[in-house]
Every structure is written in structure tokens, then in C-alpha cells.
Design a protein around this ligand. Structure first.
Ligand code: SF4
Length: 217
């Protein structure tokens, strides 16, 4: 890397501004959104979240006690709704059992312990667990997703395509600042969605203009 990683962050922030992630009202809404957003668009997640909200199911207790069929109907817009409903119920049941649904208490634990616990639950992989830790738990963990991998690869920064190695790369090379972690992840998603697409739009990409990427040859 010929420039510090923070330079990329600063350049993206200058170009795109704050992304206001995670768009949710409560910690539990973040958890639900992180599960529902797998393999679908955020627009669909918003519809499902709104349906859950109308039925007062955006709380650990209410969702954990709601009938599965009801949840399935409400989260249908996100696809794989049967699976995701089970996952939502499973996570809620776990939180009810282990902290009586008190998320402040749950997130008081050490990051490593929490990550392990979350990864044991069905429907929560590394990206989902880390999103929950960073945005709901306010833990300093970098989230890696497909956009981040693609951008890194094109910037010639992807040494190994391994989730935890990439996560540690960010954590090692960034200031230990949770705000930067949150914003940087959101900015990378924005870059991946709008410019660094499968067919990249290098000519209009702000990263190319700033001289931070050679562009895709
Ligand atoms: S210049 Fe092209 S390859 Fe580089 S980040 Fe921008 S869109 Fe991606």
C-alpha cells in the first residue's frame, strides 16, 4: 500500500459525506435488519421492518413470543422468509434466555465472547455478527462484505481472500475509532454499489480522480 488506509477513508468521506448507518431506531432493530438483509436489497428490508413495527414485533420479547407463521407473513418481502423468520425467532429466544431481552446487558460482555456467541446462532455468519457488534453493540469490529472485498482487490490491497484476515487488516491499519469503522464500512458499500460495480465506472469514480486507484485495466 502506497498510502495509509485512512487516506482512502478520508477521500470517500469527502466525496460521499456521512452515510448515517445503521438506519434503525433501536439495537434490536439493527439485529433484525442485519439478519433480514442477507441476500436482498435494503428496500425489501425496510418493508419487512415496517411490517414488524406495525405489529409491535420489534422487541426481543414480542418477536420471540410471536407465532412463526405471523413473522413469515410480515417478513415475506425479504425472500428466504421462512428461514429468516426462524433465525429471528431463534435469536430472540436466545436473548430472552440469556439476558431476558436486555440488550444493554448482553452487549456489556467482551467483544470476543459476544462474537463467539453470535456465531453459534443459526442465520448469523461473520458479516452479520460483526454488523451487529459494530452497529448495535458499539464494539470496535470492522465489517467485511462483498463490496469491500471487490474494492480491495481492485486497489491491489487484497492479500488473501479470508474474512478474518481482511478484518484484521482494517483493524490494524485504522485509528482505533468506532465512528471511523462505522462510516468507512458504509462508504465502501456506497463505492461498491455506485462505482466499483461488477462492471466498474472508473472514469467517474472519485477514488480514481484522487489518484488512489489505477482503475480496472
Ligand atoms: S477506479 Fe474503478 S476499480 Fe478503482 S475503486 Fe473506482 S471503480 Fe473501482
Amino acid at each position: 500500500m502506497e498510502y495509509p488506509l485512512i487516506t482512502l477513508y478520508e477521500s470517500l468521506y469527502k466525496s460521499f459525506g456521512p452515510q448515517h448507518w445503521w438506519p434503525a431506531r433501536t439495537k434490536f432493530e439493527i439485529i433484525a435488519g442485519a439478519i433480514l438483509t442477507q441476500q436482498t436489497t435494503w428496500k425489501n428490508v425496510e418493508k419487512a421492518i415496517e411490517n414488524l413495527r406495525k405489529e409491535h414485533l420489534l422487541s426481543v420479547k414480542n418477536l420471540g413470543e410471536a407465532p412463526l407463521r405471523k413473522i413469515e407473513k410480515l417478513v415475506r418481502p425479504v425472500g428466504y422468509y421462512r428461514q429468516k423468520s426462524k433465525h429471528l425467532k431463534g435469536v430472540s429466544a436466545y436473548l430472552l434466555k440469556h439476558c431476558r431481552g436486555d440488550l444493554n446487558k448482553f452487549f456489556r460482555k467482551e467483544t470476543k465472547t459476544l462474537r463467539k456467541e453470535l456465531l453459534m446462532l443459526r442465520g448469523i455468519g461473520k458479516e452479520t455478527a460483526d454488523s451487529i457488534l459494530l452497529y448495535a453493540g458499539e464494539k470496535r469490529v470492522f465489517v467485511i462484505d462483498a463490496y469491500t472485498r471487490r474494492v480491495l482487490q481492485r486497489l491491489n490491497l487484497l492479500v488473501e481472500n479470508d474474512y478474518d484476515k481482511i478484518r484484521r487488516f482494517f483493524e490494524k491499519n485504522l485509528p482505533k475509532n468506532i465512528k471511523i469503522y462505522r462510516e468507512f464500512h458504509a462508504l465502501l458499500v456506497k463505492l461498491g454499489k455506485e462505482f466499483c460495480k461488477r462492471k466498474p465506472l472508473c472514469q467517474s469514480c472519485p477514488v480514481l480522480k484522487e489518484g488512489l486507484c489505477p482503475g480496472k485495466l
